[in-house]
Design a protein around this ligand. Sequence first.
Ligand SMILES: [Fe+2]
Length: 282
Amino acid sequence: MKIKKLQGSFGAKVCNIDLKSNLEREDFEKIKTAFVKYQLLIFPSQKLEPKHQLTWSKHFGPIQKLYAEEHRIPDCPEVVVLSNEQINGKHVGVVAAGDYWHSDLSPSNNPGLATILYARRLPSEGGDTEFADMHMAYQTLSTKMRKQIANLRGIHCISKLRNHRVKVTRPGGRAYYKKQNEIPDVSHPLVRTHPVSGLKSLYLSPRFTIGIENMEDIKAQPLLDELFAHQIKPEHIYRHKWKIDDLVMWDNRSLNHRACGGYKTDDIRRIHRTSTLGDQPF
Ligand SMILES: [Fe+2]
């Protein structure tokens, strides 16, 4: 097994390993350590059935079941299909998911820990995924800003309809998000401490963070805008151009990400997703 760091501040490629084989304990411990250290791991050329992806994912926390049944793999429902493919006029997976910067499931008390995506079909162009390093974003804030936000809590809201920074694009999206209006908002510290590394990171996103607890919007919104702009400075970002059979997994406790889109409706992209549950942010 070879772990090779990417050029930027985070991310590593892990080669010469088959994730469906029984790994040596030593290799597995190395991967777990690398996951926290590099935050994003890319395993090229994997040959995995959904059940293999599921078994691998379970090493990184309890599996979260997401989305409606029709978007999951029938005999392995913990694995969700992200795809623009339609069969007999019906979408086989979730279309246009994650198109704004976010950390998975931040509007819940126990947000996502690892998200694991496995590329099955790719469009001829587009379909990249971008990641942004929230440790680095925190470290490069001014001392004044770090003091200002030290004890503030962001309000995270799941429904797109209550967030003026985002648009609904998914087919049937308005009805879907209207139902989500009933789900209560959750607050988390703007500065989160990683439970394993102890490093601090910015924990907010334009997709989910709609306000700051105990702060009027007239003050909170410009502060959020400033932080959102800082989060996505080019030096904090890695853009992943997918290859078939890539398995990519990342740590939602310290990275934000977004789906870049940019492919045609009939140019099929199919990704298998698993997600694990994390701890309450502190
Ligand atoms: Fe996501």
